[in-house]
Design a protein around this ligand. Structure first.
Ligand code: UDX
Length: 466
């Protein structure tokens, strides 16, 4: 590991080792945190698995990258079996990470430049490296990349209270201490075939977080204060709500922070330049979601029926088990000129484009924060996991989006109706006003003296005093 003083030109910067989970939606916020910590005077080493290691040049300026071997077959990462992948990563990477950290500590003793390892920050899913850091006497903080309202940290309490595993008969029951969530929003637990694996993973995550020196949250007080307070009570450790992380990175480093795992189709920005302000619907279902081929067709025909211009990300494996999909020629003919389908977008830039009028999204937490910060109202089609709870907050609590109504299954009529409600109806105007207000709130939180700015400074002080 490079001495902190050599790399940064500053004597004795304390060093932080950051461990992102190798999923795009987790790497991105961790790299934003890396940039923010570096900007506030810390030396940063990103420790990544060989699986999906980002290009060194994609790191925020001044941060170094070290990879650890994980010995995992690429098929496991691509399988979509998250519990098996995360357990295997923890099993295989704990020892290499421990060796790396022990080596850094030995180096620190030899150099005596006042720098040295201050702490480790690992994704909450990295419970084994968090434990290894603690064993070596290094403070270990966890980063949760999803919302505070993601009830995973309350998992033991929800089991005790009988909410989990979810029973069909309770679906519309409110979840105590987690308004506005209903039991149906804990949907991840309903899939009984995976329940045991997820339950075990959550138990490891919760135990790891509780034993950490602190928890960093990619959220901000103004939208999730109650949930942040609940987490403080549940974990009894210092909690730092520093989000949205993508807004805290210093502008100079943002431009170099291309951690995309797929090649961005930047030509869509030129196409957006040719569209009227607020006219285009952006459609993306994030990085992990897979849908059935017939659901994809319903989305496609719903977009066609809306008569709106749209930009749609159809990435590899969006349709379960398929690297690519072919849409019917009559559909392509009907939407020619007003519909653009790409494999991967520069999403943050797309959402900032004045032509974008709404975002049809799966409600992944990063997408939700990016949409809020660009004041783009949302059409929510959550597909599982934390996305269900996030959609509930977006539509029922913050009222900055509308939901795609799904009875037994997703239909083109449901997609078309949601687009019309948001983009044409009176309700859309109200939602847009609310979204603008929320945009102001998030700007205040992240500017100097705002709650996230202060929480970040608290975090930096906490790390420096470790
Ligand atoms: C999942 C969970 O749903 C989410 O809550 C959790 O925090 C991470 O894992 P994911 O499918 O990765 O989410 O979606 P999301 O959290 O929205 O992250 C997707 C990221 O990919 C965003 O930062 C988005 O800007 C980026 N993206 C997506 C692109 O850059 N281009 C695209 O075309 C699509």
């Amino acid at each position: 590991m490079a001495p902190a003083s050599d790399r940064n030109g500053h004597e004795g910067r304390r060093r932080v080792l950051l461990l992102p989970l190798p999923y795009h939606g987790h790497i991105n916020p961790m790299l934003r945190l890396a940039a923010a910590l570096h900007d506030r005077g810390l030396a940063v080493t990103v420790v990544h698995t060989e699986t999906r290691a980002p290009d060194r040049r994609s790191l925020p300026a001044g941060c170094e990258l070290v990879t650890v071997p994980d010995g995992l077959p690429p098929e496991l990462a691509a399988s979509g079996d998250i519990p098996s992948f995360v357990f295997a990563l923890n099993r295989n990477c704990a020892a290499p990470f421990r060796d790396l950290l022990a080596g850094a500590l030995r180096q620190e003793e030899e150099e005596e430049d006042g720098g040295g390892v201050a702490c480790v920050v690992a994704d909450v899913d990295w419970f084994a490296p968090l434990a290894a850091a603690r064993e070596l006497g290094v403070p270990a903080l966890a980063l949760m990349t999803s919302s505070a309202a993601r009830v995973y940290l309350a998992y033991p309490r929800l089991c005790e209270k009988g909410y989990l595993p979810v029973q069909e008969s309770n679906l519309d029951m409110p979840v105590d201490k987690h308004p506005p969530l209903l039991v149906r929003d804990l949907h991840i637990m309903m899939d009984t075939s995976r329940h045991v694996a997820y339950a075990s993973l959550l138990a490891h995550i919760v135990a790891g977080v509780r034993q950490s020196s602190g928890l960093i949250l990619n959220t901000f007080n103004a939208i999730e204060r109650t949930d942040v307070e609940q987490i403080r009570r549940d974990t009894a450790i210092p909690v730092f709500p520093v989000g949205p992380l993508h807004m805290l990175s210093p502008p100079a480093t943002v431009a170099t922070q291309k951690s995309s795992l797929l090649l961005e189709d930047r030509s869509c920005l030129e196409w957006l330049n040719t569209q009227l302000p607020g006219s285009v619907l952006f459609v993306s279902f994030g990085t992990l979601v897979s849908i059935d081929a017939d659901e994809l067709l319903e989305v496609a025909w719903g977009l066609a029926a809306s008569n709106r211009p749209f930009l749609w990300v159809v990435r590899p494996r969006l349709v379960r088990g398929r690297d690519s999909v072919e849409l019917p020629s009559e559909l392509l003919e009907e939407t020619r000129g007003r519909g653009r389908i790409i494999r991967w977008a520069p999403q943050e830039e797309v959402l900032s484009h004045p032509a974008i009028g709404a975002f049809l999204t799966h409600c992944g937490w990063n997408s939700t924060l990016e949409s809020i910060s660009r004041t783009v109202p949302m059409i929510c089609k959550p597909c599982g996991g934390d996305q269900l709870g996030t959609a509930r907050y977006v539509c029922d609590m913050w009222k900055v989006g509308v939901r795609v109504e799904v009875e037994d299954k997703l239909t083109r009529g449901g997609i078309q109706a949601a687009i019309e409600r948001l983009m044409d109806g009176i309700e859309g105007g109200v939602v847009r006003d609310r979204m603008r207000e929320m945009g102001d709130v998030v700007s205040k939180c992240t500017t100097k003296g705002g709650s996230s700015d202060l929480a970040l400074q608290d975090l930096v002080d906490f790390i420096k005093s470790s």
